[in-house]
Design a protein around this ligand. Sequence first.
Ligand code: NAP
Length: 268
Amino acid sequence: MEHIIGFLGGGNMAGAMIGGLLKTTDPARIRVADRHPEKLEHFAEAGVRTYEGPGDWVTECTLLVLAVKPQNMKEAVEPYVPFLNPEGCALSIAAGIEASALSAWLGGYRVLRAMPNTPALVGCGMTGFWAPEGTPDEMLAAALAVLKASGDVVRVPDENGIDLVGAIPGSGPAYVFRFMEALEAAGLKRGLDPKAARSLALGTVYGAAMLARSSDEPFSRLREKVTSKGGTTAKALEVMNARDVDGMMDEAIEAALKRTAEMKALFR
Ligand SMILES: NC(=O)c1ccc[n+]([C@@H]2O[C@H](COP(=O)([O-])OP(=O)(O)OC[C@H]3O[C@@H](n4cnc5c(N)ncnc54)[C@H](OP(=O)(O)O)[C@@H]3O)[C@@H](O)[C@H]2O)c1
């Protein structure tokens, strides 16, 4: 079946997903709606059909991706209810709104959830995906195809897994950028010029990630391979371990999960 994929919201994340999709999908199969006509121009130029609100076009969509901010979601989706395709489903990428709440706002429509992250903007996304039990294979395949167009996808077995995806790869680019800031600052403090300090920090993270990606070895083994006994790396790691990096990361993830739970409670 040739799915027609609609996007409600044509902002950053929809743009990243549509950008990926356009590499393999006929633009005539994609629809996007946004309340800002200027945000629709580049989609229209790529051959995507664009709209400023709901209408018969929604009924054509077998997969409707909900890509507005959580605080705008309820008012955004309600006008779409009369037009929903009864054979289709919605795929929400919003953080902190449970499928049951969304489905209620959509008059009982089937809702799948995904949590992408910003590297999707460059085709390197890491997305978590959840679908309720009994979702037809055809719908699963359609949703997975959309998500895989902008990077890797991990399917989580229950909906709470989406929260964890939000706390790890969802917020994770910020953790990595924070680490990069610290590496950059260490270089600057010791006299590197800003360009060199940035390049060294960026190259370190990029190279390590590429090396890890090309290997099946655990991260701990990869670390051991660059750590000679009594050497410089070992000395630096001693300092990091003394600061309990694992404990810090664990607390950080716990704090993100706690905030997600608070946000979810607001939308129930
Ligand atoms: N960006 C991320 O890192 C990330 C990661 C994972 C998940 N997400 C999720 O992805 C969703 C979209 O995020 P984003 O960063 O792409 O947001 P965004 O750039 O603000 O895009 C959303 C677009 O939808 C428009 N919109 C809002 N209400 C509308 C309505 N009723 N009808 C038509 N258009 C409407 C917005 O207009 P206004 O600006 O006027 O509201 C905006 O142009 C969010 O739910 C977020 O939780 C984002």
